[in-house]
Design a binder for this molecule. Structure first.
Ligand SMILES: [Zn+2]
Ligand SMILES: [Zn+2]
Length: 334
């Protein structure tokens, strides 16, 4: 019986591999031979042992694509050999939110990697309804990045970015850059990306940012005037504060970055006097098909800075943490 490797974070800063037999499939399950698996910011929070809702040890990896290797008896829509990517949510289908179609608000929501089916692995087992076939000309690397693009689609839709809007994005990581790109597609007249790293800002420009600011030499709040919609994509108190303070009256801040500090102070007087709105955005709900449809045109593969083999998972994660400035998206190829 061939064994498969499943990467996990054993303790803060340390990964190891579980070995398992190739799983038997039941019902609507699908076994995917992983070809590309991207490291997400949330994987790094887990790697540091500081994810607000994941404790160690934990398997990691939820942005992936591959080829279907086996299908369960009830699978009808996809077949062996299909090239696919996967929406990695696990929802109950029974709660009020699920029954209204709002599965993103499922009371029992989880993710495949939290159920032990991490995608830093040779194979992963998922359920058919969450499997999406890749267009023929889409690479596996692009397929793996459909998931973070769906996160950006969800946030941009929640903020209802419109023709003529002035948008500010705090954080030039993958999600921030994608939100900037999508905001332009939705018709924003001005999209400013703020980051400490100049190469990231150059990339943000190439994805459609109309202006970039680096707090090391720009007075950000001085430069941002009456923004309609801001996005916080870092997850630290200072950028949340700025995302609120840059807004016009009745402006909207959408908070996307995962915060390691769970409670932060806000500029409460301004919050009231300017009737500022703040909303969270997490994951996606019916956003995957849209992300899949725009992935090629946005050339999201440009976000990839490094590729490693599965054996090099430890080095890959160390690289993400230690060389944060020249790392954007890292792909693991089993
Ligand atoms: Zn992710
Ligand atoms: Zn549910």
């Amino acid at each position: 019986m061939p064994m498969i490797r499943v990467g996990r974070v054993a303790s803060p800063g340390v990964v190891d591999f579980l070995t398992r037999e190739v799983p038997e499939l039941t019902g609507d399950q699908v076994l995917i031979a992983i070809r590309a698996s991207a490291i997400c910011g949330s994987d790094l929070h887990i790697f540091k042992g500081r994810h607000p809702s994941v404790s160690l040890p934990a398997t990691i990896g939820h942005e992936f694509s591959g080829v279907i290797e086996k299908v369960g008896a009830n699978v009808t829509r996809v077949s062996v050999g299909d090239r696919v990517c996967v929406e990695p949510v696990v929802v109950c289908g029974m709660c009020v939110a699920c029954r209204h179609g709002d599965y993103g608000y499922c009371e029992n929501i989880s993710f495949t990697y939290r159920m032990g089916d991490g995608a830093m692995a040779d194979y992963v087992k998922v359920h058919e309804p969450y499997v999406y076939r890749l267009p023929d000309n889409m690479s596996f690397a692009t397929g793996a990045l459909v998931e973070p693009l769906a996160v950006a689609v969800h946030a941009t839709r929640r903020a209802d970015v419109k023709l003529g809007d002035r948008v500010a994005v705090f954080g030039g990581g993958a999600i921030g850059v994608l939100i900037a790109a999508l905001s332009r597609r939705f018709g924003a007249a001005e999209v400013t990306v703020v980051d400490f790293d100049d190469p990231r800002l150059d990339l943000a420009r190439s994805f459609g940012a109309t202006r970039v600011l680096n707090p090391q030499h720009d007075d950000v709040l001085d430069q941002l005037d009456r923004i309609d919609k801001s996005f916080e994509c870092v997850g630290v108190p200072d950028t949340l504060r700025q995302a609120m303070l840059c807004l016009r009256k009745n402006g909207l801040a959408t908070v996307v970055g995962i915060a390691e500090v769970t409670d932060v102070a806000i500029p409460v007087s301004r919050f009231i006097t300017h009737e500022i709105k703040v909303q969270g955005s997490q994951g996606y709900c019916w956003d995957f098909p849209t992300a899949l449809a725009c992935a090629q045109e946005l050339e999201i593969e440009r976000l990839i800075t490094h590729t490693f083999s599965l054996d090099e998972l430890q080095i890959a994660l160390d690289t993400c943490l230690n060389r944060a400035s020249d790392v954007l998206k890292v792909i693991i190829e089993p």
